[in-house]
Design a protein around this ligand. Structure first.
Ligand code: MEV
Length: 448
């Protein structure tokens, strides 16, 4: 291809009005300009939902949709949480996670289950603005301004107030020591069983308009005030779920060759390491989020919000640390996780997404608070399972068993090949090339 042809080809990769094309036209444009094979369209269409109405709902969640991205939907049974038993839905693409959660759930079901509490469920939103006038005037009038905010947002908050929620408090913060002329109105909310992002943002934007109207009606200079932005904060340290498990060390049982006392000592050391070393803490918390995210996605909650909040909380004293803790006192092993989880069970996609509605039905239509408890318990179970493997056999043994199956499926292995390969790799290191070579060998032998 000469330079002119290659430039033309690149040019074809940009387009005006892509969003206006029909889905079929979008796919056609993509396959013509980014691929050479017709099969691309077939592949994309093959993942469309067979029921057109369902597909329309799914397409409505996003823009420029071509197809659906499929993820495995599994369940982890036997979760005993606050004396109720749950079969927890988990959406995750990583092998071993659901198996590990299920195994930890069963382990703790036999030792009293998970105790989880949620004390408060407050969310935060902020109106960020600059003000060049006399801050004391604003401060003096803030009580009147707050009253006005409540009146001006009544139409938005009416339903939430009927459900027992709404605006809880407002605070005017002077941030000008950090950034010139910068002030903030910090608002706390109770959004009941909804995550409440849209509600909070609508209220905040109305408050911002109300603030401008207020200033316009004073003899202050309207040019002195500028709204920078009005938006919820995904940091919700007043939405913490506290999950824990505990039992006498002797009741932990043995772990292969390792006795309970050694296990408890190594386990608690592993947690301490994650509390002091950010490099380890990031991986340790990632393991917690393997479980948390899987439930959050299965219930169509916002996993990005949950992640960013969890990591902010893990850094709340200025250093990134483990979200879980472990204590050994008077022969009792206790393992716990404190994690902010601003989840919802009404609104958003929770009922719109057919699989999320199914997940919530499977969990017995929980309140937001109950879903927070379930999710925190899964995070703790996941962390327990990971550390149990790490301080005993090492993580690769279990992981590689699942990985081996993925490789065998990828190689379209027959049941006989699977049986022979699993047996062969029982005590060997699994890698893609080693498995492929072994399966190739089996295939050659079967031909000869
Ligand atoms: C892998 O997805 C998660 C782990 O690395 C977590 C951990 O190290 O604690 C196993």
């Amino acid at each position: 291809m000469n330079i002119v042809e290659s430039k033309m080809k690149e040019k074809n990769k940009s387009i005006k009005g892509f969003s206006k094309l029909s889905k079929k036209e979008k796919i056609k444009w993509i396959s013509t300009n980014f691929f050479t094979s017709e099969d691309i369209s077939k592949e994309l269409v093959s993942f469309w939902h067979p029921d057109e109405a369902q597909q329309k709902i799914i397409d409505g969640f996003s823009e420029n949709t071509l197809s659906n991205f499929v993820m495995p939907y599994g369940v982890a049974p036997n979760f005993h949480i606050n004396d109720k038993i749950y079969c927890v839905p988990m959406v995750i693409e990583e092998s071993s996670v659901v198996a590990a959660a299920s195994s930890a759930a069963k382990f703790w079901a036999e030792r009293g289950g998970f105790q989880v509490s949620v004390e408060e469920m407050q969310k935060v939103g902020q109106v960020h603005f600059t003000f060049k006038g006399d801050f004391h005037l604003l401060q003096n009038d803030f009580n009147i301004i707050q009253e006005q905010f409540l009146i001006d947002t009544q139409h938005i908050t009416a339903n939430m107030r009927k459900r027992g929620g709404g605006v809880l408090s407002m605070e005017l913060l002077d941030m000008s020591h950090l950034e010139e002329d910068y002030y903030q109105i910090k608002v706390t909310f109770d959004t009941c069983d909804s995550m409440g992002a849209n509600f909070i943002n609508s209220v905040l934007e109305e408050m911002a308009r109300s603030l401008l109207r207020y200033v316009a009606n004073t003899d202050w200079d309207i040019k002195d005030i500028q709204i920078i932005m009005a938006i919820l904060s995904n940091y919700t340290p007043d939405c913490v779920a506290r999950a824990k498990v505990s039992c006498p060390i002797t009741a932990l049982g043995n772990f292969g060759e390792m006795n309970a006392a050694t296990f408890a000592q190594k386990f608690s050391k592993a947690v301490k390491i994650a509390q002091i070393d950010p490099f380890r803490a990031a991986t340790h918390n990632k393991g917690i989020f393997n479980g948390i995210d899987a439930v959050v996605i299965a219930t169509a909650n916002d996993f990005r919000a949950i992640e960013s909040c969890g990591h902010s909380y893990a850094s709340r004293d200025g250093q990134y640390r483990s979200l879980s803790y472990c204590t050994i006192k008077d022969g009792i092993f206790e393992f716990g996780l404190d994690i902010p989880l601003a989840l919802g069970t009404v609104g958003g996609l929770t009922q719109l997404h057919p699989m999320a509605a199914f997940s919530l039905a499977l969990l017995g239509k929980p309140s937001a608070k109950e879903l927070m408890c379930i999710t925190a318990a899964v995070g703790l179970a996941q962390n327990f399972a990971a550390l149990r493997s790490l301080v005993t056999t090492g993580i690769q043994k279990g992981h590689m068993k699942m990985h081996l199956m993925n490789i065998l499926n990828h190689l379209n292995s027959s049941p006989q090949e699977i049986e022979k390969t699993c047996h062969y790799f029982e005590n060997k290191v699994v890698s893609f090339s080693a498995v492929r070579d072994y399966v190739d060998g089996l295939r050659v032998n079967s031909l000869s």
